[in-house]
Design a protein around this ligand. Structure first.
Ligand SMILES: Nc1ncnc2c1ncn2[C@@H]1O[C@H](COP(=O)(O)OP(=O)(O)O)[C@@H](O)[C@H]1O
Ligand SMILES: [Mg+2]
Length: 413
């Protein structure tokens, strides 16, 4: 069941408010949540808020990180990913909320005493030290014996596939190699958690893809918890056990990559995670939705509100002969994309994006055919079609029911 791993945001938010209101931060110390899978949580954030001036950068952020998982914070630039990581690293203090690490109050622990290390967006290596000394740096500070330092440095260099590079100077390395050194340097201290802030952002596409696979392998081999930040949805889906989708300081959805892709919670997630057709629908009962004046079967149950958003992925629509039971329209654009054709169909006042290996000529009259499990039902949100995209001015919290009509008026102003 896809929902098993998903965090019940509304309940957590309510709990967070209760905790902060009634008992304060210290109440969380020693309490470690576990979930339905029985796995323990190494880190838990409950109701964390952070503002810079008037900008709310973290809005009531509540989530947990399981031991040894690869968790990714995903969202557009400026949504608060780095700030969330900096709170974990101890470089930023939240305004409210609690953060625990193995059940202990993390915010009370000095940054350098936290059992986590960070790999930053830019390499931040020491240019005057060679590769081995860059990696050895943390161990020298700890005053470990030379033979142990040598052993651990060569272990780490072999892990990041840089054996034989010990004496190289940093400016003789490629971008990918520099980032490997940075990763080795962060891992040599054997932290329980590694924080990675867009570590592959500066690399070219081919190198990035290679490093994605290698990072994932390293994480599995070492059994270290990775908290990874990226704005690249494909990267997040490829590497992660869990993904947290953020926008404007708020969590939009938490789940496994497959849940996030197949069952986006709202139009923002559907749109950000992949190309999609998002339309308004009406769902007064289970398993049946009205789109463009016609009824379609769906595998989903009805939501609290009968007004819903419906997402249908471009690859899930077949173009067939027009028929009374279907949404019918006209192909306005056909583009050859290599593996498939990308076609735009105008139907019921909307432009539908369709990916198919079957070609339909521009001007063809077509029907849009899709099955019950291609029709994904989502709650209306600030991101629904026809709405404003910004929730900057809205102080609404996650689970609140939004009145579609009033929401429309406020957001269109
Ligand atoms: N130290 C700071 N002072 C003021 N504003 C900041 C600071 N750090 C981040 N911000 C702002 O907070 C928002 C979120 O930033 P950030 O967490 O870096 O986002 P992301 O990593 O998702 O791109 C942005 O609007 C950014 O400009
Ligand atoms: Mg960032």
């Amino acid at each position: 069941m896809a929902n098993i791993e998903r965090l019940d945001q509304k309940k957590k938010n309510n709990r967070a408010r209760l905790l902060t209101k009634e008992r304060g931060r210290s109440a969380m110390i020693g309490t470690q949540l576990s979930d339905k899978t029985g796995q323990s949580h190494i880190i838990e954030l409950v109701g964390v808020n952070k503002s810079f001036g008037d900008t709310r950068v973290m809005r009531d952020i509540t989530f947990y990180i399981r031991s040894n998982e690869f968790l990714t914070l995903l969202g557009p630039s400026g949504c608060g990913k780095t700030t969330t990581l900096r709170v974990l690293g101890g470089f930023e203090q939240p305004d409210s909320g609690s953060v625990t690490f193995e059940g202990r109050d993390l915010l009370a622990i000095q940054p350098h005493e936290r059992e986590l290390n960070t790999v930053f967006q830019r390499y931040a290596l020491f240019p005057h030290l060679d590769v081995a000394e860059n990696v050895a740096f943390g161990l020298r500070i700890k005053k470990l014996p030379q033979n142990e330092i040598d052993n651990r440095v060569s272990q780490m260099l072999s892990l990041v596939k840089l054996e034989g590079y010990e004496a190289r100077s940093i400016d003789q390395l490629s971008g990918g190699q520099m980032q490997r050194v940075a990763i080795a340097r962060a891992l040599v201290n054997l932290p329980k958690v590694l924080l990675l802030d867009e570590p592959l952002g500066a690399l070219d596409l081919k190198m990035r893809k290679e490093m994605q696979i290698e990072l994932k392998q390293m994480q599995r081999e070492l059994g270290i918890t990775f908290v990874y930040v990226t704005h690249d949805q494909e990267e997040a889906l490829t590497m992660s056990d869990s993904v947290i989708v953020m926008n404007e300081g708020a969590i939009q959805q938490i789940g496994r990559p497959i849940d996030i892709y197949n069952e986006p919670r709202n139009a923002f997630v559907a749109d950000f995670i992949g190309e999609s057709n998002i339309v308004s629908g009406l769902m007064p009962e289970d398993f049946r939705v009205l789109i463009g004046g016609k009824w379609f079967p769906s595998v989903d149950r009805r939501k609290e509100d009968e007004k819903v958003d419906v997402v249908i992925r471009p690859e899930d629509i077949d173009l067939v002969e027009p028929s009374e039971d279907l949404l019918n329209g006209i192909v306005t654009t056909t583009t050859f994309k290599g593996v498939h054709y990308e076609m735009i169909v105008e139907a019921c006042d909307l432009e539908w994006l369709i990916h198919s290996t079957d070609h339909k000529a521009e001007g063809s009259e077509v029907g849009l055919s899709f099955g019950p499990d291609d029709v994904h039902i989502m709650d209306k949100s600030d991101f629904s079609p026809g709405r404003g995209r910004s929730r900057q001015d809205s102080e609404r919290s996650e689970g609140d029911v939004i009145n579609p009509e009033s929401g429309k008026e406020t957001d269109n102003e």
